[in-house]
Design a protein around this ligand. Structure first.
Ligand code: HEC
Length: 468
């Protein structure tokens, strides 16, 4: 083994390092000294054996064959999968996995310089390969979940139409009302990542938990405790979480969360597509609770702000074209928006969310300009960067579709595409967690950010890039 690696190293070095050979050795970044530290902090959690990426980037030997592809993906900011535009909208995130401009420069220089290994003694020690199935939130330092709700497993044949599998399960070990701080959904095993397109954990409410129903947007969602029927408790169930391929966790703003009560159930909506081999898998919901005594005072609601003007049936994507749609939603309450996660299927290209305030001022909240079907990345704003808007503000979502052959995910650019649940159909909405404020709370929040609604100054782009 060692012999093979050595041989490979010499062969690549001999072929690729030639043009730069005259340069001083220390002018060129090397793998061991400059690249490995970046990759260990930003890539290997996915690029290691047993994780979700197709190849490992732990060692020089594993990395070297991918050098050109790495340069391309890193330079275009496709990898790490963080596709939000860096010029407009909220720019401070609590789960930012992107590279700094400087790190990108180093990677590009390394590849352009022949991708040399450098001195093996410079190599920082590698952490052991972690378990194959993990919680992203745990990796990010939040500890293991307090409660795990499992959907059970479903066997998807090698070839099948898409399936929607909707089991109803209990929330285990819940003996008293508790507030949820953070949630994450993951497929129940590694092969499951190939078939699970989305998984929604609906909360089947107890009648005492009627405030979990969102009344801040939409026309007909007003429900009071008195009017809540047994059917409502099921049909008007809010989501504890929506997950789709490539998403991590939802972490609610400090002092906000979702209340769960004993006896409530999780009603799963698992969208499964066939992957050419039979796979048995389900999904799991990790729940992180607020400690007792630190209960939040506010509810967080998950809203799918639509990118369509007059309901799903208006979606009309012509073949062989790039097209777009727009949707408008009025906020009935003063609202803080705490994250952005664009949702599309295979033709999704880009999504922008803008606020149109009652005084006519507009502001871009978020813009993902290179949407990639594999990555329904959730961009979580830091608490001090989350924008606040007065009631009456319109959330305007613009969604672009690429139904041409340029879109590598497009199964057939000659097809007309409409709304639908199947992966080959299309959708467009912006999943955002929102928190509503009373007028007094709204004024307090405004005072903290210089009196103006919208994105607080500290949440916007800084002249020198600030990396957390
Ligand atoms: C959150 C997980 C994750 C992180 C972090 C991540 N990757 Fe990836 N990467 C993937 C997955 C999954 C794929 C395959 C799907 C795709 O191409 O989007 C991939 C694909 C790639 C590819 C394309 C491979 C090919 O087939 O050509 C390259 C190159 C790459 N990653 C490099 C990197 C580098 C370099 C970093 C760190 C700077 C990084 N990735 C960080 C998950 C990740």
């Amino acid at each position: 083994m060692a012999g093979t690696k050595l041989h490979l190293g010499i062969a690549f070095g001999a072929i690729l390092a030639l043009p730069g050979a005259a340069m001083a050795a220390d002018a060129k970044p090397t793998f061991t000294k400059d690249i490995a530290p970046i990759f260990q902090s930003r890539c290997v959690s996915c690029h290691e054996p047993g994780s979700i990426a197709p190849m490992s980037l732990r060692t020089y030997e594993e990395t070297r064959p991918w050098a050109r592809s790495i340069k391309q993906r890193v330079q275009q900011r496709q990898m790490p999968p963080w596709h939000i535009n860096r010029a407009v909208g909220v720019q401070k995130f609590s789960n930012d996995m992107s590279l700094t401009d400087e790190q990108i420069d180093t990677v590009v220089k390394w590849v352009d310089g022949g991708a040399p290994q450098g001195n093996p003694a410079d190599m920082p020690p590698l952490a052991p390969v972690t378990s194959s199935l993990y919680w992203q939130a745990e990796r990010d330092g939040y500890g293991p979940p307090d409660i795990v709700v499992k959907s059970g497993e479903y066997t998807m044949p090698a070839v099948s139409q898409d399936q929607w599998w909707r089991p109803l399960v209990d929330i285990p070990n819940l003996t008293e009302p508790r507030w949820v701080r953070m949630v994450e959904i993951r497929p129940s095993n590694l092969p499951g990542r190939k078939i699970l397109h989305h998984s929604i954990a609906y909360q089947v409410l107890s009648p005492e938990n009627v405030q979990a129903i969102n009344t801040g947007v939409g026309d007909n969602r007003f429900v009071t405790a008195a009017s809540l029927t047994a059917d409502d408790a099921v049909n008007r169930r809010p989501q504890l979480m929506e997950w789709a391929i490539g998403k991590g966790y939802d972490r609610f703003m400090d002092g906000t969360g979702k209340l769960i009560m004993p006896g409530e159930k999780i009603s799963w909506d698992n969208h499964i597509h066939a992957a050419g081999e039979a796979i048995t898998a389900g999904s799991e919901l990790g729940i992180w609770l607020y400690p007792k005594g630190q209960e939040p005072t506010k509810r967080s609601y998950l809203v799918g702000f639509t990118g369509l003007r007059n309901g799903p049936l208006s979606l009309d994507i012509p073949p062989n074209q790039v097209s777009h749609t727009e949707g408008f939603t009025v906020l009935k309450e003063n609202t803080i928006i705490t994250n952005f996660q664009p949702h599309f299927h295979l033709r999704g290209k880009a999504m922008q969310v803008e606020a149109i305030m009652p005084n006519g001022r507009t502001e871009t909240i978020s813009y993902v300009d290179q949407f990639n079907f594999n990555w329904m990345t959730n961009y979580i704003f830091t608490d001090d960067a989350a924008p606040v808007y007065p009631k009456g503000t319109i959330v305007h979502v613009v969604a672009w579709y690429d139904n041409t052959a340029n879109n590598k995910f497009n199964p057939d650019p000659t097809q007309w595409v409409g709304w639908g649940d199947r992966t080959v159909d299309e959708m467009a909405h912006a999943w955002m967690n929102v928190v509503y404020l009373t007028d007094a709370e709204y004024q307090q929040r405004l005072a903290k950010q210089g009196g103006q609604p919208g994105i607080p100054p500290q949440g916007k782009r800084q002249t020198t890039q600030q990396q957390q």
